[in-house]
Design a protein around this ligand. Structure first.
Ligand SMILES: Cc1cc2nc3c(=O)[nH]c(=O)nc-3n(C[C@H](O)[C@H](O)[C@H](O)COP(=O)(O)O)c2cc1C
Length: 360
């Protein structure tokens, strides 16, 4: 997730999963192919991995098969990644205007060429390439079944489906039936995504759709222990973590500390600020305290503020199962390149941005 899954957060989430004897694939924030190939500083700075990160997994964005192939090669040779995921799910106008993200699978040939280019570049390093996509552009322009078939033919190792169209953005409910349809349609593993708020939702998705695995998005915002619960749930145990505020505070401290380790105190604390409201969601912690934490500049300051929280306050279970993070409303219309929908077979390449960082 753009702006969230940097090395520090990936480590925190993995620590939670492994504490329960489980694991997972913790994917780096989205990197643009062109940015990587052209040596863009911001892009390169995002490609930081934790020492304990033994499986390096990166999501690439691209609209040009040549750039995507070269970027995949760089990831495999210079960054020793073990997994490359391709982003075809981003719904933001800045991306779809260029025919990127969720708009791209509409151009079947171009989509196939991009996947193939990444798969070819990764193959000699034995690195699997996966695809992440949405149902389509809107209900009249669905792409997921074709995308699944084409990705499979191009050699993708798996496909993840977010059960919303691009025009829905993050609104409404994810359509798990479409995920089940994709499972029926392809032979490669399908990973389901959308509205997994609790570990029990993941089990329910597997049961309802037959997916080989699940992809967690907003559910983990301010809740790295969700991966502990998921590890337990998939091991057949009934573990649900309802941390008291004191344990949440300890988790917040760990998160901030890892960010500071990776980015230095100033940047690390700034990065931490956005997570405060997610961690404290539903707890009684007062507005002034929350506000002060959202402006924190040092670990010492954070410690002093965390000490003001009531460690015994129970987890706000009434908020369980509720959506977290961005939701919003559907877009009024999709911003696409001129004439984009007129030709579903096309292979035209739009010049891609080197600095796209908005995600999925
Ligand atoms: C802040 C944020 C950043 C995201 N960044 C990415 C991204 O870089 N790549 C991607 O494939 N999806 C990204 N997503 C989408 C999620 O991975 C996921 O597909 C979507 O939120 C639906 O799953 P959920 O209902 O579990 O949240 C992002 C979502 C959010 C809220």
């Amino acid at each position: 997730m753009a702006g969230i899954t940097n090395a520090a957060y990936r480590r925190l989430c993995k620590e939670q999963a492994t504490a329960q004897g489980g694991d997972g694939l913790f994917v780096c924030e989205m990197i643009t192919s062109r940015g990587l190939v052209e040596g863009d500083e911001t892009t390169r700075r995002m490609l930081v991995f934790d020492d304990l990160e033994d499986v390096r997994s990166v999501q690439l964005y691209g609209t040009d098969p040549v750039y995507v192939g070269k970027a995949t090669e760089i990831l495999c040779t210079e960054y020793a990644v073990s997994h490359v995921d391709l982003n075809f799910g981003c719904p933001v106008p800045k991306v779809t205007r260029k025919g990127g993200g969720a708009a791209l699978p509409w151009k079947r040939k171009l989509f196939g060429a991009i996947v193939e280019s990444a798969v070819d570049a990764a193959a000699c390093h034995d690195v699997p390439v996966t695809v992440k996509t949405r149902k389509g552009i809107d209900d009249d322009h669905l792409t997921f079944l074709d995308a699944g078939r084409i990705a499979q033919e191009a050699g993708a190792a798996a496909i993840a489906l977010h059960g919303r169209t691009a025009i829905q953005a993050y609104s409404g409910e994810a359509d798990w039936d479409s995920i089940a349809r994709l499972v029926e349609h392809v032979d490669i593993p399908v990973l389901g995504n959308g509205d997994l708020w609790e570990a029990a939702d993941a089990l329910r998705m597997v049961e309802q759709t037959g997916v080989a695995g699940v992809v967690v998005g907003r559910g983990c915002l301010g809740r790295p222990w969700l991966f502990r619960d998921l590890a337990a749930a998939f091991a057949g145990e009934q573990v649900a973590t309802y941390p008291r505020l004191g344990e949440v505070a300890a988790m917040m401290r760990r998160h901030a500390e890892l960010l500071v380790e990776h980015m230095g105190e100033d940047r690390g604390c700034k990065e931490f600020r956005k997570h405060v409201s997610w961690y404290l969601k539903g707890f009684r912690a007062g507005g002034e305290l929350r506000h002060a934490m959202a402006l924190v500049t040092s670990l010492a300051e954070l410690d002093a503020l965390l000490a003001e929280l009531d460690p015994g306050e129970p987890f706000p279970v009434s908020g369980l199962g509720a959506p977290r993070g961005r939701q919003g409303s559907p877009r009024k219309r999709m911003v696409l390149p001129e004439g984009w929908l007129d030709d579903a077979q096309g292979g035209a390449v739009e010049r891609e941005d080197a600095d796209e960082t908005s995600g999925g």
